[in-house]
Design a binder for this molecule. Structure first.
Ligand SMILES: [Zn+2]
Length: 189
């Protein structure tokens, strides 16, 4: 009997999540995506009260990790050696040996050099997306839908209707349009 020729399966696209989308997340959603990713790697995520950029990652039999979802994207400011030594100090204070910084801002060359041989990981958007894509299909979809969930607390720009992004400067929190530089609407919190 003649067997049917094998029809090659069309490779299913698991996600169309892009680096650009991850760059555009508001700070809170960025942190949520990082946390969900860590949970998918088998970590328990423990919030630090009042420090909403920091969280602990715990896994049975492993050292606790102090994680930061730190972003200066709105100011185009890279993570510096100063930021990393701040992380180190806190790790020491808390008796934690390992650290991770998830950032959309990127790292300065000095910071990358500084981190070499140290016990912390520097995770950029590109690295995160790459690692997300190594997860199981349903886990990837879960992260994708979190990343794409409308952030109901974020207002829309009164001028162009694009979502506003929450950012911080020396004076405090404020909202800026995600459509920047085409639209430069900002307003105070
Ligand atoms: Zn706008």
């Amino acid at each position: 009997m003649e067997t049917l020729a094998h029809t090659p399966e069309v490779e299913e696209t698991v996600t169309s999540l892009t680096e650009k989308e991850l760059y555009r997340l508001c700070c809170n959603r960025w942190k949520e995506v990082c946390e969900l990713f860590c949970r998918k790697l088998g970590f328990e995520v423990e919030e630090m009260t009042g420090k909403n950029q920091r969280f602990f990652l715990k896994k049975k039999g492993d050292n606790t990790i102090l994680a930061y979802a730190k972003c200066f994207k709105s100011w185009n400011r890279e993570i510096t050696v100063g930021d990393l030594s701040g992380l180190e100090k806190r790790m020491k204070m808390m008796g934690v040996e390992n650290g991770i910084i998830f950032t959309r801002s990127g790292f300065s060359r000095d910071a990358l050099d500084y981190a070499k041989g140290k016990s912390f990981d520097l995770i950029t958007v590109r690295v995160l997306l790459n690692d997300i894509l190594k997860l199981k299909a349903e886990e990837i979809r879960e992260i994708e839908s979190l990343a794409r969930k409308i952030f109901f607390l974020a207002p829309c720009c009164p001028q162009c209707r694009k979502p506003m992004i929450h950012a911080n400067n020396q004076v405090g929190g404020f909202w800026r349009c995600s459509n920047y530089p085409r639209c430069n609407v900002t307003y105070m919190n």
